[in-house]
Design a protein around this ligand. Structure first.
Ligand SMILES: *[C@@H]1O[C@H](CO)[C@@H](O)[C@H](O)[C@H]1NC(C)=O
Ligand SMILES: *[C@@H]1O[C@H](CO)[C@@H](O)[C@H](O)[C@H]1NC(C)=O
Ligand SMILES: *[C@@H]1O[C@H](CO)[C@@H](O)[C@H](O)[C@H]1NC(C)=O
Ligand SMILES: [Cu+2]
Length: 676
């Protein structure tokens, strides 16, 4: 048997070794925590909070990189010494212990806890998958639930239950509870299509026990028939037939990945991962062929929150107003991507890690894919027929680089793309797919419906409930430096009074620089204007301010009254665009503690300070929104509904940055002859 002293020594050696390997293999200060680092965090914290069989153990709700201050990263980047000296690494932990939320900062170099703070505000941390799994098993040992299932003639072994966050509806005291609803498999794997509608189990997560139960089930369980989506189980006829697709790169991929840094064409950026945010793109810079240097565009960007309110105010549905990122973890919900179907044949895959409730690292293989994309589009072209006896055509194919992650939050799948174009544009794509959250009803035809059902009858006894998806992006743009301004270029109609022209009107650009946060709260679609983040200290040769435009699409506004609780909690969706001064602690639009939050610590609340944002390090927040009226095509699995937006250079370059892209060389493909 080893003595205690030997064990301690062994422990120290092991930790030192893992620290060294961490430093040796992960030199970038924005790299996500490694499995070795997660283990260190767990070991260090368990010294102060040892596991016990008599009282509840500490649980790790969130563990992420406590990123160094921005100025420290920027000076690290500009340091001349190569290789650069690794920066100290810290982890930020949110733990639950004795019904309190603890914020613990761990220094991974000195192997110590730097600070511990008890969170005193409203709301609770992200739910872990482990506690959701444990909670969803509780009904199976709960007598009233078992009796309900038996009474209805259902087979308990075919029932599965999942967890639903409950929001906040004005309660003075909030407990850390969630709701459980159950579904009936028997003959389908599309469990969400077969709710035991009206049965709700309430679980207290800190006590891990059932504290409420109701059975209002009146409608039948929707049928299993027609809910299959696995190719192996579907019956003919099949079609339409697709011949498959391929993007051939006979000379191999055009990008390089070093650690977490990607270089492709004229772009360079860093890919991080966080249990809450999912993918984080940092330090995106583009090479300027004329200036012969990389110029920074984005310091850090990620999806900060995802608000999904359902539009059914009845007893078993009213609370369904999810914060998918802050409650369920967009990163925690990342799905392993399937080669050839989730990503094309030329994709390269990247793994990700997060921590489980007990602090152990969890591996997500193939959490990201990175690939060059050519969808047959044109980057730029012109045919010149104006010159006599000559026809000139120049065209270039549009190839881009995509970083993709898919987050499956229960029933829904979110396909998240970061697409980099050689022209300097960054396109942010959002695809919605997966299974609708449906409600069981008593109807088989719309003719029978005489009451409000809050959605669309999709199949027998199956109602797809109306809802929204709002994805709020955090975009810390650094347009050629940190000091930036937000400029609205309003297109205004001018009435011509000069009678020397037959024209009576035209539009002109009236530029307005936002001075404070209030000037940058924008609801899109009301006014013709171009929005840009510019560097007021940098201008092009002709004197235009260098900038990047926000080109929106999929804009929606929340359709709830101002004093409705979900609207108060999600007030960050009240505007499509906000701009705030950079503040390291303002990361989560829905507040750091989104579960059961009361809206007092959101982007909308910080923004009330109306801080100065002119010629400052600023953060742009943009919300991609969808109103979703379900339709029959969304059933049983929904064809991807796409949205997104673009960040596009505007006077950032002196001229078209892809002017000198050479046309691709001819490639001899087997069994392929080009006709000309
Ligand atoms: C705490 O964790 C330890 C070790 O992981 C385990 O044996 C013990 O049962 C846990 N305590 C409780 C109360 O769950
Ligand atoms: C389960 O499904 C089968 C058909 O797939 C049906 O015959 C059977 O009655 C179902 N059982 C229960 C208990 O609902
Ligand atoms: C940063 O943001 C937090 C949260 O809104 C706030 O408490 C803090 O005062 C801010 N810091 C500065 C320097 O504005
Ligand atoms: Cu939807």
């Amino acid at each position: 048997m080893a003595s205690t002293a030997q064990l301690v020594l062994f422990f120290i050696v092991i930790t030192l070794l893992s620290t060294l390997s961490v430093l040796a293999t992960h030199p970038h200060p924005l790299d996500p925590l490694t499995p070795a680092e997660f283990n260190l965090v767990r070991t260090i914290i368990s010294r102060s909070y040892p596991a016990s069989s008599t009282h509840t153990n500490l649980t790790f709700q969130y563990v992420g990189l406590d990123e160094p201050d921005k100025h420290a990263i920027l000076s690290w980047l500009s340091s001349k010494s190569k290789p650069r000296v690794p920066m100290p690494r810290r982890a930020f932990v949110v733990a639950r212990f004795e019904k309190k939320s603890l914020e613990i900062t761990v220094d991974l170099s000195s192997l110590s806890i730097v600070s511990t703070k008890v969170f005193k505000g409203h709301g609770f941390p992200m739910l872990t998958l482990d506690e959701q799994t444990t909670a969803s098993e509780l009904p199976f040992k709960y007598k009233p639930f078992i009796e309900s299932v038996n009474e209805k003639g259902l087979d308990l072994s075919q029932v599965v239950c999942t967890t639903f966050t409950v929001g906040w509806f004005g309660q003075v005291k909030t407990d850390r509870i969630l709701n459980i609803q159950c579904f009936y498999k028997n003959g389908t794997i599309t469990l969400y299509a077969r709710p035991l509608e009206g049965i709700t189990v309430v679980v207290d997560l800190d006590e891990m026990k059932i504290v409420g139960y109701s059975d209002r089930m009146v409608a039948p369980v929707p049928e299993a028939e027609g809910t299959e989506y696995r190719a192996s189980e579907l019956k003919p006829p099949f079609g339409p037939e697709l011949k498959g697709s391929a993007f051939l790169q006979p000379r191999g991929p055009g990008f390089e990945i070093h650690g977490h840094t990607v270089r492709w064409a004229n772009w360079e950026f860093h890919i991080g991962f966080d249990i809450r945010a999912g993918p984080i793109i940092s330090l995106a810079s583009i090479y300027d062929l004329e200036k012969q240097e990389y110029r920074r565009v984005l310091y850090r960007g990620f999806i900060s929150e995802l608000f999904v309110p359902y539009m059914d105010p009845t007893e078993d549905w009213y609370y369904k107003t999810y914060f998918d990122s802050g409650e369920f973890g967009f990163g925690q919900s990342a799905s392993s991507l399937q080669p050839l179907t989730d990503c094309p044949s030329n994709a390269v895959f990247h793994d990700a890690f997060y921590q489980s409730s007990d602090g152990n690292p969890v591996h997500i293989p193939n959490a990201f894919c990175i690939f060059e994309k050519y969808a047959g589009d044109v980057m730029w072209r012109h045919t010149e027929i104006g010159i006599p006896d000559q026809v000139i055509t120049e065209a270039r194919p549009d190839v881009s680089l995509v970083v993709r992650m898919v987050s499956t939050i229960g029933n829904y799948d979110y396909i998240i793309d970061w697409e980099f174009k050689p022209s300097g544009s960054i396109k942010l794509g959002v695809g919605l797919s997966g299974i609708l959250e449906v409600k069981g009803g008593k109807y088989t035809h719309t003719d029978q419906i005489k009451e409000e059902v809050y959605g669309t009858l999709l199949a027998d006894y199956t109602i797809g409930i109306n809802h929204d998806h709002f994805l709020t992006y955090y975009l810390d743009l650094d347009i050629d430096g940190e000091a930036n301004s937000f400029v609205k270029s309003n297109l205004e109609i001018v009435t011509v009074t000069d009678h020397n022209t037959p024209r009576k009107s035209y539009w002109k650009v009236v530029r307005e620089t936002a001075i404070t946060e209030a000037d940058a709260r924008i609801n899109l679609g009301l006014k013709a204007s171009e929005l840009a983040v510019v560097n007021p200290n940098k201008e092009t040769k002709p004197g235009n301010k260098m900038g990047y435009r926000l080109i929106p699409s999929s804009v929606s506004h929340p359709l709830l009254v101002a004093d409705d609780y979900p609207k108060i909690r999600a007030a960050f969706t009240n505007y499509n665009v906000w701009v705030t001064p950079y503040n390291k602690s303002e990361k989560w639009a829905g507040g750091p503690y989104a579960d059961r939050s009361r809206g007092d610590d959101t982007l909308a609340a910080w923004n009330q300070r109306d801080r100065k944002i002119e010629n400052k390090d600023i953060v742009l927040w943009y919300t991609v929104g969808f109103h979703h009226v379900p339709s029959q095509e969304d059933f049983p699995v929904m064809p991807t509904l796409s949205g997104g937006f673009e960040l596009r250079p505007t006077n950032f370059f002196e001229r078209n940055p892809v002017l000198k892209v050479l046309p691709p060389k001819h490639v001899n493909l087997p069994n392929c002859t080009l006709k000309s």
